[in-house]
Design a protein around this ligand. Structure first.
Ligand SMILES: [Zn+2]
Length: 269
């Protein structure tokens, strides 16, 4: 699943490469991820259009078009945007293609068709399911420690589940939640109510530090391969069975509801 560092890098790439380049043709190959409007209207609205600006809100990429429409892409677990030369072979899972006048293409492919794509007028953005309730962004620096704490108190249950809830703070997904908790030294299954003041403060600063580092790492390595997930630098996520980079203890791995959780039993209490 693309997470905030990935989406930030993709957004920057689109702003550098695609803004202003006319879309000579939009083609829908598989309409399932296109939730709104119908495939025909989706393609005709985009054909002849051009990207004016790319932004991100939580896990939505917002592609603002010159016509005033916004394409909101929520890739979920398996959706990916891809930038490719027009001659490059398409993935069998390609759902739609924006052919650009410079010969390149912006494609969307989705292995399990879980992503959701909307093309709406700017004023209708809040009609997109889940959009209006998105919490403050994990990375824009707008959440003070005080607000972080107040928001935290509204949520109950295990701390990892709270971190990945976009109504709490937007932009943290499964992989970076593991990294944040490792950085803060907090066991992912701790109940929110058992966290000390000191742990809450560590958690708050870990979110900024881990996401900022992730964004820099991904941005410096992604290049034009915006569909490739760069995760090898993470410290615990995806590293089950390997030694913890801090204490050497074996990193634990638990899979539940198709979600992987990795942590160090020694470092995270
Ligand atoms: Zn450890």
């Amino acid at each position: 699943m693309p997470e905030l560092p990935d989406l930030e890098a993709i957004k920057d790439f689109l702003n550098q490469k695609i803004v202003g380049v006319p879309i000579s043709m939009a083609e829908v190959v598989n309409a399932i991820p296109v939730r709104r409007p119908g495939a025909g209207e989706f393609a005709s609205t985009l054909t002849g259009n051009a990207l004016a600006d790319a932004e991100r809100r939580g896990k939505f990429l917002l592609l603002k078009m010159r016509s005033g429409h916004i394409m909101a892409v929520n890739p979920m677990l398996t959706g990916r945007l891809q930038y490719a030369g027009g001659q490059e072979k398409r993935s069998a899972k390609t759902c739609f293609v924006l052919k650009l006048e410079d010969g390149n293409e912006l494609r969307y492919f989705d292995a399990r068709l879980m992503g959701k794509v909307y093309l709406v007028k700017a004023e209708d953005l809040n009609d997109i399911p889940g959009f209006e309730t998105i919490g403050p962004d994990a990375m824009d620096g707008s959440v003070s420690l005080e607000e972080f704490q107040t928001r935290l108190e509204r949520h109950h249950g295990q701390i990892k589940n709270i971190l990945v809830n976009p109504r709490f703070i937007a932009g943290i997904g499964n992989a970076y939640a593991d990294e944040v908790l490792f950085h803060a030294g907090i066991y992912p299954y701790r109940r929110r109510g058992t966290l000390s003041q000191q742990e809450i403060e560590r958690l708050n600063s870990a979110i900024t530090e881990v996401l900022t580092d992730g964004r820099e790492e991904v941005a410096s390595r992604m290049g034009e391969a915006i569909h490739v997930k760069i995760r090898d630098f993470l410290q615990v996520h995806g590293k089950g069975g390997q030694p913890c980079p801090v204490c050497g203890h074996t990193i634990s791995q638990i899979t539940a509801n198709q979600r992987l959780t990795n942590f160090c039993r020694q470092c995270q209490r």
